[in-house]
Design a protein around this ligand. Structure first.
Ligand code: PEP
Ligand code: CO
Length: 448
């Protein structure tokens, strides 16, 4: 049970920690954690419970969840233009989805804390030098020298502060009218005016926003909708709960509530590499009241997934579990048995699709990329598998940016492998650019 006596915010420490980067500076670690334990929370239990209630509705097909953002945020990304453009692209995508799916869309950013990254190898070798890998700005630094690659506890506090600054700007923008659904022109990215978007996509987007605006006017004329709820489009935050020092130091009991809340983010998720049943991450997340995402890749077997659900959600609480499938080419074989097993268990989950992480590949020249067409194919196959199994396809998880990057191939722009070097800026995995992201939203609106 999540509140059984043996669980404690620190009980994960007795379990094996996958993707661990040991801190040599134990005194520095203790002082960083003591600081994190007393600083104000980044989010509140009220917001966490509100998201959980919305996820419970998404589990029943009444809402759709759009989760997206960078693969890895960096501390240097904490700039107004970078933050605003992430909000803009997510708002634009949600507008297309609201209009196409005819249901409310819950917006969840991969931001304000997406600073810790799992790696396929613990070390990196260049020439005859081998050093610890770079595990994200929460942990160490990207430079290839021994000092940079040391796990630095001061970064835990820096990460918290940058998450707070990011969130402060997001909250001000969304509370202050920027995200007013009556004024989608506020979120126009500069490319809306440029030829790069393509006349067709621009027309479709403008038509979609005009339809939403028309519906708003109609609802207001009927007096059926409280104006305030349409004046702002709230965002929730999420990140991979990889660094358990960071997560547990921000996990608290709050007045008038029984349970423990991880107040570093609304929706933490457990990654594909850290979902081991006996591991520290499952131990930690089984005890928090937040909704929790779990990435489910092609090697997951149905029994393991059921055991995960028993451990993470012993009480079968609605809205608690989000399973984010990321299957790649194995989807047709791997996904249906998992859908069927969970369906037969009757346990409540929200099924989301991450069509990015199973479709990463390297070009011959060694650049990590993903093809837009493979991403669309996974979404289509996922929708078909849910239809077949009678399960609800309730959300998507994307790596994307509001910028004009060249990291994924394909789409209407027909980006080729040769184009990738033009503007390849990701700190980790390749992201959809604004045009690919909008295009994908239209494809998705026809599917889910
Ligand atoms: C990620 O979401 O950036 C990630 C590493 O995903 P996964 O755990 O699914 O590989
Ligand atoms: Co990634």
């Amino acid at each position: 049970m999540s509140d059984s006596p043996e669980w404690h915010p620190e009980s994960w420490r007795s379990k094996p920690v996958a993707q661990d980067v040991p801190y040599e500076d134990q005194t520095g670690l203790e002082s960083a954690l003591s600081e994190l334990r007393v600083l104000p929370p980044l989010v509140t239990s009220f917001e966490v419970e509100s998201l959980k209630a919305q996820i419970a509705e998404a589990q029943q097909g009444k809402r759709f969840v759009l989760q997206g953002g960078d693969c890895a945020e960096t501390l240097a990304d904490c700039r107004p233009d970078a933050i605003a453009s992430k909000l803009k692209i997510l708002l634009q995508m949600s507008m297309i989805l609201v209009q196409g799916l005819k249901k409310p869309v819950v917006r969840v950013g991969r931001f304000a804390g997406q600073y810790a990254k799992p790696r396929s190898k613990p070390t990196e070798t260049q020439g005859d030098v081998t050093l610890p890998n770079y595990f994200g700005d929460l942990v160490n630094r990207p430079g290839f020298d021994a000092e940079s690659r040391k796990a630095d506890p001061a970064l835990l506090v820096e990460g918290y502060k940058h998450a707070a600054l990011t969130l402060n700007f997001i909250r001000s923008l969304t509370d202050g009218g920027f995200a007013d659904l009556h004024h989608p022109e506020f979120w126009d990215l500069s490319f809306m005016q440029s030829a790069v978007l393509g006349a067709d996509l621009k027309q479709r987007y403008l038509a979609a926003t005009e339809r939403v605006r028309g519906s708003l006017r109609f609802m207001e004329a009927l007096g059926g909708a409280p104006a305030d709820s349409l004046r702002r489009a709230p965002f929730f935050t999420s990140h991979e709960g990889l660094n358990l020092h960071y997560e547990s130091a921000q996990t608290r009991k709050v007045p008038r509530r029984e349970r423990w809340y991880n107040l570093s983010t609304h929706l933490p998720w457990i990654g594909e590499r850290t979902r081991g049943l006996e591991g520290a991450h499952v131990e930690f997340f089984r005890g928090v009241a937040n909704p929790v995402g779990v990435k489910v890749g092609p090697t997951a077997n149905p029994d393991t997934v059921i055991t995960l659900l028993e451990q993470l959600n012993a009480r079968d609480e609605p809205g608690k579990i989000v399973l984010i499938t990321r299957m790649g080419p194995a989807l047709a074989e791997a996904l249906p048995p998992i859908l069927n097993a969970v369906q037969a268990s009757g346990r409540p989950v929200l099924w989301m699709s991450d069509p990015m992480h199973g479709n990463t590949r390297k070009t011959e020249s060694g650049i990590k990329t993903r093809s837009f067409e493979a991403i669309v194919a996974e979404l289509e196959a996922c929708a078909a598998a849910h239809q077949q199994a009678g399960t609800v396809f309730g959300g998507v998880h994307f790596e994307l940016t509001g910028d004009d990057v060249t990291e994924c191939t394909g789409g209407a722009q027909a980006l080729t492998e040769e184009d990738l070097t033009h503007n390849y800026t990701t700190a980790c995995d390749p992201r959809l650019n604004y045009r690919q992201a909008l295009e994908l939203s239209f494809r998705l609106a026809e599917l889910a």
